[in-house]
Design a protein around this ligand. Structure first.
Ligand code: G3H
Ligand code: 13P
Ligand code: NA
Ligand code: ZN
Length: 328
């Protein structure tokens, strides 16, 4: 059944688990997520970015998600719009039937320029008024994602600040988070605590804390009824990087957020964990390997099946690690 984000995250908070939210662009990702959720009986959050809507077309994405709900009627599914850059974008998604939208007013309509607190409150509050009138949940964001040491947002295209940011932007302030929720009434709040989008999060193997768990804890204590969201939460599996490079790819040394640290975040109040890059890496690695090992094969279903299986295993692993098993 299609449910709102609020319903799922309230359940996650009551039962002390966290939900991965996976980005979807195509049938293979959608199948991998639903088959994994079905196998471990977990609820589903799938999210569509602006890039996904451009690639697949909003109606195709919408019907992919509706098809998933039809095929797996016993699994609750949130259809979420990721990183909306304006109230107009969110309004279109609400009209299309999304059950949750993100208004990311921490960046301007270009998805790159950091904005003022007042701008962020203004656009987010407008979306909350519109969405709540339709039973749709809203995620807002305060702070700018980026590596706390280098100040870099991490991704070249898509959503992310350009240039180098300072600490006051990279680490969400507790007081600002509290007043932002009071001023906007968002259901969920994305915070900046050391993660960044894309595959290039950390250039050295994390040998300690990469997340500011202390900050998550402080914000959660002051905002116990607001569900905290962590973007940029891919773990960048080293085994998939190795497979990609072994079969002709060229991806340099890079590291993501260790799963154990995400689990620590969940223990301290994180309820939604955004993951896109990990499924991209698994999919690409599986397809490269399949084609290299089966050079005369040309039926796309064969290598797409390899990609579905690889993504499905990552989804299962995250569901188990985050405590989602049996929660559907
Ligand atoms: O927020 C970033 C997500 O990974 C979506 O990326 O805009 O390339 O679809 P995308
Ligand atoms: P990753 O690039 O770490 O997978 O993050 C995805 C994300 O935050 C989507 O909004
Ligand atoms: Na931001
Ligand atoms: Zn994001």
């Amino acid at each position: 059944a299609l449910v709102s984000m609020r319903q799922l995250l309230d359940h996650a908070a009551e039962n002390s688990y966290g939900l991965p939210a996976f980005n979807v662009n195509n049938l293979e990702q959608m199948r991998a997520i639903m088959e994994a959720a079905d196998q471990v009986n977990a609820p589903v959050i799938v999210q569509a970015s602006a890039g996904a809507r451009k690639y697949a077309g909003a109606p195709f994405l919408r019907h992919l998600i509706l098809a998933a709900i039809e095929e797996f009627p016993h699994i609750p599914v949130v259809m979420h719009q990721d990183h909306g850059t304006s109230p107009a974008v969110c309004q279109r998604s609400i009209q299309l039937g999304f059950s949750s939208v993100m208004m990311d007013g921490s960046l301007g309509e270009d998805g790159k320029t950091p904005t003022s607190y007042e701008y962020n409150v203004d656009v987010t509050r407008r979306v909350v008024e519109m969405a709540h009138a339709c039973g749709v949940s809203v995620e807002g964001e305060i702070g700018c994602l980026g590596n706390l040491e280098t100040g870099l947002a991490g991704e070249e295209d898509g959503i992310g600040a350009e240039g180098v940011l300072d600490h006051s932007q990279l680490l969400t302030s507790v007081d600002e988070a509290v007043s932002f929720v009071k001023d906007t009434d968002v259901d969920a709040l994305a915070i900046a605590i050391g993660t960044s989008h894309g595959a290039y999060k950390f250039s050295r193997k994390p040998d300690g804390d990469v997340l500011r768990i202390d900050r998550i804890k402080e914000i959660h204590e002051r905002l116990p009824n607001t569900h905290l969201v962590m973007h940029g939460s891919s773990s960048v599996p080293q085994e998939w990087l190795q497979i990609i490079n072994q079969y002709g790819g060229e991806i340099g040394e890079t590291y993501g957020v260790p799963v154990e640290e995400i689990v620590e975040g969940i223990k301290n109040g994180v309820r939604k964990v955004n993951i896109d890059t990990d499924l991209r890496l698994a999919s690409t690695g599986a397809i490269r390997r399949y084609l290299a090992e089966n050079p005369s094969e040309f039926d796309p279903r064969k290598y797409f099946k390899a990609s579905v299986d690889a993504m499905k295993q990552i989804v299962i692993d995250r569901y188990l690690a985050f405590g989602c098993e049996g929660q559907a």
